[in-house]
Write a protein of this length. Structure first.
Length: 272
């Protein structure tokens, strides 16, 4: 009888040791990190945010897309929302950079408004007429709007200085390098944060950027360009963009596919 009792106790102990292993899910069936109920490994997450607070795939792609492919109604709605915030909170809001055809419609919408002031700025330069492709000294094409309560007293030169930075790139081999839009995308700068890019000659390029990404450009842009002793410097407020050819504000198809594939891959939950 005692022998049977010992055998029963030994068997129970073995079961207790094995039971946790049986209850542990394999890596392929672990719960999703985002809290979604995914039926298969790698199924795309559709939640708004994951556990790290990162935006969903669709929001990431929408943010990365260039402003020109967004419907005009959506652009106008977003800018109107910014204007409402600026007027209600006595704050200053800034829009993305946009091409002149869109900017002209935005400018028309804010003409004669008493609740908000909208300054159209382009990096210390006059605006270039719609349809022009060549820049003369002091002229520009892409612009953005600085929105504020009228009583804040901010003037146009100050708005331009604080919301546009001009970077000069010297000693770059323009012909052998990536286009500047491609290079900017590769260092993580969205094109909505970029104004005009003007090629002065075969080794000198100027670009207007949002001041928030200026340091990122100064530190990293040379790594994506070709040339002996490439140098990037921030221009003063009194300097104008030189005469030159404007680079198209678009990415190469190859790079677009690579970026879309990368975002697509990031939208899948990885296990194991």
């Amino acid at each position: 009888m005692k022998g049977l009792l010992k055998m029963w106790i030994a068997g129970a102990l073995k079961l207790l040791l094995v039971l946790p292993l049986l209850m542990t899910p394999t890596s392929a069936f672990q719960p999703s990190l985002c809290g979604c109920d995914h039926g298969v490994v790698g199924q795309k997450c559709s939640s708004t945010k994951n556990r790290h607070g990162q935006q969903s795939l669709s929001r990431q792609i929408n943010h990365a897309r260039h402003l020109a492919v967004v419907p005009l109604y959506s652009i106008m709605t977003d800018i109107e929302s910014q204007a409402a915030v600026a007027a209600d909170t006595w704050s200053i809001e800034s829009t993305p950079f946009m091409d002149p055809d869109i900017a002209a419609k935005v400018e028309e919408q804010f003409q004669g408004r008493a609740d908000v002031t909208a300054f159209r700025v382009a990096g210390g330069r006059r605006l270039l007429p719609v349809g022009s492709t060549k820049v003369s000294p002091g002229e520009g094409r892409r612009s953005r709007f600085v929105l504020m309560h009228p009583d804040l007293g901010l003037d146009l030169p100050t708005a331009e200085s604080e919301y546009c930075s001009v970077i000069r790139v010297d000693n770059v081999n323009v012909a052998a390098s990536n286009t500047i839009p491609n290079a900017l995308a590769l260092i993580g700068v969205h094109l909505d944060n970029v104004g005009d890019i003007v090629v002065e000659d075969s080794s000198t390029v100027y670009l207007v950027v949002d001041p928030n990404v200026a340091k990122q450009c100064l530190r990293l842009l040379s790594k994506e360009l070709v040339g002996p002793g490439i140098n990037l410097s921030l221009c003063g407020d009194s300097e104008f963009m030189p005469q030159g050819e404007i680079q198209d504000m678009k990415l190469s198809r190859v790079l677009e596919r690579q970026m879309e594939r990368k975002k697509h891959d990031q939208g899948f939950v990885q296990f194991g």
